[in-house]
Structure formats: C-alpha cells, structure tokens
Design a protein around this ligand. Sequence first.
Ligand code: FES
Ligand SMILES: [Fe+2]
Length: 401
Amino acid sequence: MNAPTELKWAKKYPELGTGPVPVESCISPEFYEIEREKVFMKTWLKVGRVEEIENVGDYKVKKLGFAKTSIILIRGKDQKIRGFHNACSHRGNKVVVETGEETFGKSKAAVVTCRFHGWVYNAEGALVNVPEEEKFSPCFTREENDLTKVHTDIWEGFIFVNLDPAPEVTPLKEYLGDMGKHLSNFPYDKLTKCFSYYTYLDCNWKVAHDAFAEAYHVSTIHAGSFPNAFSSGLSDVQLMGPHRTTAICLSLKNEPTPVAKIANSLAAVSLVSKRGASMLPPSINPSRREDFSFELSVFFPNLLVHVAENIWFTHQFWPMGPGKTLWEGKYYLAEPKTNSQRWALEFAQCLQRNAWLEDTGTMEDTQIAMESGAKKFMHLQDEEILIRHGYHTLENFIHSK
Ligand code: FES
Ligand SMILES: [Fe+2]
C-alpha cells in the first residue's frame, strides 16, 4: 500500500508499509523458539559496562535465561575483558555461584574457583589447578579443559557477547554499523552514577520494547510523572539496518512544578529540564534544536540506549518465555558534588522511576489481551514507526536465516 503523502515517516520509509501488524509473534510459543534460536543465540547482546569490572580480577556473572546459561566476564592481568560460559569442565557445575541476574566478585589473583571440587580457572579461561589431579586418568589434560569461550567485544565501554560459536557479523563494530557511529563519542564513562531497576513481566519482550519505543503514550500514561512535558512527534528518525533511532522533544509550553524548578536549577539532570548540548556528538540533535530532550535509539534486538546532556539511560528486554520478560532499566548521571545536587539527582531519578512504573504498568494487560485472541492485529500510527521497523526487521532477520 502506498503511504499517503502526509504521513511523514511512512513517506521516508515506504518499504515498511502502513498496514496492520499481526500480534501472533508476541503470543506464539513456536515463534518464540524461532526467535530464541535465530535472533538471541546469534546476535550481539549487551551484558555489562567496563566500569563494573574496573580492576584486574574483577568479574561479573550475567544470567542469560533464554539460553539457559550464564556468562562470566572477567578482567585479566592484560586488562582485557573476556567472556566464558559459567560451566565447569569437571562435572558441569556453575563455576561462580550466582546471587541474582547479575553477580559481582573480585579476585586479586584473577582466577575463579569452582565451589564444588575446587577447580581453578584463570582470566584467560585456562584450567590452572585441579585438586588431586594425579587421581584422574592419564588421558585427562588440563590444556583441553578450558572454560568455554564466548565471543566478547566492547563498544564505547559497553560489553557485548555473542553466543554463536561463529558469529555471522563480527567484530561488534561492524554489527553496530552506522548506529554505533551515531552514538559514539558521548561521555558514557564520565556519567557513572547509576540508578538501576529490574522486574519480571508477564509479557513478550517485544510488548515491553514497544511500550518504550514511541512518545504517543506520554500524554496519557505519563500524565502523573511528566504532565504535558513531551511532544508525541518524533524528530530525526533514522533507520540504520536492524537498528533505529529518533529524537524525543519537549513541549516547551510546559511549566515545570515549583519543586522541579528548584531541582533543575541545582542540577539539570531530569529529562524535562533544559540542558544544552555540550556533550552531544554532532550526529545527535544535528540542528541543535532548543526543545531536544533525548535521543532514543534501539540496538537490535533488545537494547535501548538514550543519550542527552548530563544523562544517559538504557532499557533492556530479556526474553524468558513467550509471555515472560526480564526488564532492566539503568539511569546514569554524574556523581553529585554537593548535597543539594545529590537531592536534585534523587528528585530526577524518582521522577524517572515513577515514569518507568507507569510504562511497565501497561505491558501485562497488553499481553493478556493479545492472548485472548480478540484482536489479531495492532494498528500503528506514523509516529510509531520505530515499532513498525522492529517487527519488519525481526521478520526479515528470521526469514533470511
Ligand atoms: S564441578 Fe567444578 S570442580 Fe567439580
Ligand atoms: Fe513511557
């Protein structure tokens, strides 16, 4: 179907069409299995930040429930971060005991030790000590029993892994392509004060993604946290291969609350404060428009990265089943220098937390209504182009495999 000319984004990206989008991929267990195997087991997935494992021997274990595995990320004596499956070569136990979705540890010697029988692996994954080694058969060699490596690569301090033993697109920089360039040269490493949240949602990971990929819902869903604060229209939309990006702008008519005004004067760290553009790379808000609030970018498949002056934040959606998702939200700011700045930061993050509660509040209802079978399609308006691109990309990606 040809796009009516007044539909700005449909006109720019006619290949996406304008028709209804089937909901089947959000509710079908069969589609979930295909997606797991062809997308999540094969693409680059963000699993951490370099600051989380800053010193030699620091490690992080990240559960990847969809793959029934967890990954040890450890910084070696050569400062390199490597990734391994958290599975022992002896009898397959997890080497590092997990305490949650993310587990952190330190080892001065830069080793990890399996708690079951004490096998020790160094940060290169080599098996370096086996208690009672002489009692194993002469055929057993340590050299053949390293930890299983996982392809691990870093972009702008973000640690990504690819579970495919032979990734189709490598290195990571190539996978991220123009989107990697678009979001480079932002001071992620300077804004390291992190407010982090996660929850399990009874919805498909795409339902969760979609709720964060448009501004159409802001005036209704965020009437409490951000009343009349944002424009529903997108700006500077760019589709870059499987990835996508847009600017989200403020509604300048909006008058902040008296408390927000005080907070903004102490530290401009809320999405609704006007903050300038000194940190933004030239590709973001290229015209330096006054009402720019933040760039909303999606790295295929499951990572949203948002950048703005003084702030950056991420959402990630981990599939746990056809109707189950782990959502992680992380909001990053500069460390406060004074108590009043600290208060302004807390105010900003409370606003953001409330907004995210409002966002996550829709998802389970969407899922259950989709599963009722009452509606077979969803209808997307022009400003929901990122969602349309998401389904389009997924279909193409799966069918090209
Ligand atoms: S399973 Fe790890 S040492 Fe035995
Ligand atoms: Fe929202």
